[in-house]
Design a protein around this ligand. Structure first.
Ligand SMILES: Cc1ncc(COP(=O)(O)O)c(C=O)c1O
Length: 381
C-alpha cells in the first residue's frame, strides 16, 4: 500500500482539524454566526499580509482572484505593464487581453528574477494604468523583488497588482510597506486551507479606480464585494464549508506565527536546494532569486519525467509537480509550502535519491539527505 503524499505547489495536505471543521453542519451565510467567522478571516488575513486594506473573499480558485483584480480595474484600451517570466505572469497578461486591455510586456527569462530597470523602461515607454507582478512565479520557482516593483508603481502613480498566490502565508509579504494596491491570495497554497477560495487586499487607491471602471464581469466585479463588505457579508453565497476550513487554517498560521512560518519555509527551501545539488542535480532557477515555497530542478539529460516523477508516485506515492509549457519534461518541482515539515522533506529527499539511483543517475545514496540534515540541524534548538 502506498500512502499519497502531496509535494506539489498546491493543493497541499490539510490538517485533520481543518478537514473536520469542514464537516461541520452548514449555517446560513447571512447570519451573525457566519459574519463572525468572515470578520475573523478578514482580520487574520490582514495580519498575515501586513495590511490595513480591505480584504475581499471570493468563492473561486486563485485565478478567479486574478480575474476579479483585472476585470475591475482594466477597461478596453487600457495599457498595463505585465511582468512575464513564467506561466502565471503570462496568465495575468492573457486576462488583461481578455478585457480588451493592452499588456505592455516586460520579458523575463524563465528561471531569472525581473530586473526593475526593465520595468521602469517599459513603464516610461507606455501609458499604463497598472503594473502586474507574479510575486512567487510557481512555474519557474522564482521569487521576484516585489518591493522594487512597488516603488516603481508609486513613483509613476500606477496601480500595483500582485499575484501573491504562492507567497502569502509562506514568505514575507508586506502589502502596505511595498504599496501593493491589490494582492491576490489562493487558499490552497501556503495557507494550507482547502482549494476554492481567493482573497484580495484592496487599497483605497484601487477602490478609487474600481469605482470609475466600466467592469465587464458580473460575478467578479469587486465593486459588488465592496458594497457587501459594509454589511460584513459577500454579494453571493460563499462556500460556507470552505470558509470554515479557511478559518481553522488561518488560526494555525497565526498560532505558528508568521516569522516562524517564513523561517520554516526558508529552511525547507535551503535544505531542498542543498540536497538536490548533492544529488548531482541542477537547480533551474537562479539561486539568488530561488523561491522559498517551491523548488524547480532540471531533469538530468539521460532521464525522463517518468523516470523521476512517475517513479516517485508509483513507488512511494509522492506527488511532485512537472514542468509547464516551455519547460514541460525538462524540469520537475518540489512544493514545500503550507504544512510541510522537516521530516516530510527528509522523507521525500530520501525517496528521490532511491528513484534517481534506480533510474541510472549517478549519485551516492544519503549524500543529498545528509546535506539537507545539515541545514535543518542548524535550525532546530
Ligand atoms: C503563482 C500562481 N498564480 C496563479 C495560480 C492559479 O491559481 P488557481 O489554480 O488556484 O486558479 C497559481 C496556481 O498554481 C499560481 O501558482
Amino acid at each position: 500500500m502506498v500512502k499519497q503524499k502531496l509535494m506539489i505547489p498546491g493543493p497541499v495536505s490539510l490538517t485533520p482539524e481543518v478537514l473536520q471543521e469542514m464537516a461541520r453542519p452548514l449555517i446560513g451565510h447571512r447570519t451573525p454566526d457566519f459574519e463572525e467567522i468572515l470578520i475573523k478571516c478578514w482580520d487574520n488575513m490582514k495580519e498575515i499580509m501586513r495590511t490595513k486594506n480591505d480584504i475581499i473573499l471570493i468563492t473561486g480558485s486563485g485565478t478567479a482572484g486574478m480575474d476579479a483584480a483585472i476585470a475591475s480595474t482594466i477597461e478596453e484600451g487600457d495599457e498595463c505593464v505585465c511582468i512575464m517570466g513564467g506561466k502565471f505572469g503570462e496568465r495575468m497578461a492573457d486576462i488583461v487581453r481578455s478585457y480588451g486591455g493592452i499588456p505592455r510586456e516586460v520579458k523575463v527569462d524563465w528561471g531569472k528574477g525581473v530586473d526593475p530597470d526593465d520595468v521602469e523602461r517599459v513603464v516610461e515607454e507606455s501609458d499604463a494604468k497598472a503594473i502586474t507582478l507574479t510575486h512567487n512565479e510557481t512555474s519557474t520557482g522564482v521569487i521576484h523583488d516585489a518591493k522594487a516593483i512597488g516603488e516603481i508603481a508609486q513613483k509613476h502613480g500606477l496601480l500595483f497588482i500582485m499575484d501573491g498566490i504562492t507567497s502569502v502565508g509562506g514568505d514575507l509579504v508586506e502589502v502596505d510597506r511595498w504599496g501593493v494596491d491589490i494582492c491576490i491570495v489562493g487558499s490552497q497554497k501556503c495557507l494550507a486551507a482547502p482549494p476554492g477560495l481567493a482573497m484580495l487586499s484592496v487599497s483605497e487607491d484601487a477602490w478609487g479606480v474600481i469605482s470609475n471602471n466600466n467592469t465587464r464581469n458580473f460575478y467578479l466585479n469587486l465593486a459588488s464585494y465592496k458594497k457587501s463588505l459594509k454589511k460584513n457579508t459577500t454579494p453571493f453565497t460563499p462556500s460556507v464549508s470552505l470558509v470554515y476550513g479557511l478559518s481553522k487554517a488561518l488560526d494555525a498560521v497565526l498560532k505558528e506565527g508568521m516569522e516562524n512560518r517564513i523561517q520554516r519555509h526558508r529552511t525547507l527551501a535551503k535544505a531542498t536546494r542543498e540536497a538536490v545539488k548533492a544529488m548531482n542535480l541542477e537547480l533551474f532557477a537562479d539561486e539568488k532569486v530561488a523561491s522559498n515555497t517551491v523548488t524547480s530542478i532540471r531533469i538530468p539529460e539521460k532521464l525522463t519525467d517518468e523516470d523521476v516523477r512517475g517513479r516517485m508516485k508509483r513507488e512511494f506515492g509522492i506527488l511532485l509537480a512537472g514542468g509547464q509549457a516551455q519547460v514541460k519534461g525538462k524540469i520537475f518541482r518540489i512544493g514545500h509550502m503550507g504544512n510541510v515539515d522537516y521530516l516530510d522533506l527528509l522523507t521525500v529527499l530520501s525517496a528521490l535519491e532511491i528513484v534517481l539511483k534506480k533510474s541510472g543517475h549517478g549519485l551516492v545514496l544519503g549524500e543529498g539527505v545528509s546535506a539537507a540534515q545539515e541545514i535543518i540541524s542548524n535550525e532546530i534548538g
